[in-house]
Design a protein around this ligand. Structure first.
Ligand SMILES: [Zn+2]
Length: 276
């Protein structure tokens, strides 16, 4: 990578950096990602089991790590109603590093009844509205239903459809509702023709990038846990797809990501304002 490219700053808008696979040597993993130019990270949560861990990392690494509070559709349990009440309490006490509700959404593949998934999701729409926070949405084979529910709920705080795969029309339905499209490792696979076409057609203002680490392996690294440092591979694939100068694209993505999560664009990693 050229010297110029090294100056790019990237924002991993969705990584599970709090998962056990990174825990033993967390600071090292953070450094590896930062050396690749990844300066900010949002850790979505999956359920009550990791709310505290995500919050602690954000407090420890101010202005680098932020987090979302939510309940992922994979991890719904019989006592999800109680978890919702706890989520409301956690939100009341959350600091300003909590920048979103999520990861929440619908999954058409997992063996959890759709009515339960939808009930918990709608409750999270309400909590996001109360807290005036954007949503981090998970959707697998449920894009159209999710659009329907968002419209019905008249949800207006936007957010991101993370790990997007689908058609241009589906992506536009989300961007029309004020959502960004989260582009992950899928863009590095040439066989993902439909999704790559959709992303190449989308206005660049609608796009943010993410690794979803340790999930969603990047092409060439299958079989290994994914890492936030590999965001740079996703970025490179997007540069060629968009046929845009890398620096310009990185600046636009940075702006989009900060706007998505309501963050100041010009705050240095050390937590100090950058002088104009
Ligand atoms: Zn995720």
């Amino acid at each position: 990578m050229s010297d110029d490219a090294k100056k790019l700053r990237l924002f991993d808008t969705h990584c599970h950096f709090d998962f056990d696979v990174f825990a033993a040597d967390f600071e090292h993993h953070l450094l590896v990602a930062r050396e690749k130019g990844v300066e900010r990270f949002v850790i979505p949560s999956i359920g009550a089991q990791n709310w505290q861990r995500a919050a602690q990392l954000a407090e420890r690494f101010t202005s680098q790590i932020y987090y979302g509070l939510g309940i992922h559709p994979y991890f719904l349990q019989a006592d999800s109603e109680k978890t919702l009440a706890d989520l409301e309490q956690s939100l009341i006490h959350a600091g300003r590093e909590c920048v979103a509700i999520g990861e929440c959404g619908l999954d058409g593949v997992v063996d959890i009844p759709a009515p339960l998934q939808e009930r918990i999701l709608l409750a999270q729409f309400s909590l996001a509205t109360q807290a005036r926070l954007p949503l981090i949405l998970h959707s697998r084979k449920t894009h159209d239903r999710l659009i329907y529910l968002l419209k019905q709920a008249r949800f207006t705080y936007g957010g991101v459809l993370h790990g997007f795969s689908g058609s241009y029309q589906q992506a536009r339905a989300f961007t029309d509702l004020g959502f960004k499209i989260g582009v992950g490792g899928v863009v590095t696979y040439t066989r993902a023709g439909k999704t790559r076409r959709a992303i190449s057609q989308l206005p660049v203002e609608s796009i943010v990038i993410e690794t979803d680490a340790p999930d969603m392996p990047v092409c060439g690294f299958q079989g290994q846990p994914n890492h936030p440092g590999r965001l740079v591979e996703i970025f490179k694939a997007l540069v060629s797809l968009k046929d845009m100068p890398a620096l310009e694209l990185s600046q636009q993505l940075w702006r989009n990501s900060c706007q998505l999560y309501g963050l100041d664009e010009e705050r240095s990693a050390a937590g100090h304002e950058v002088k104009p």
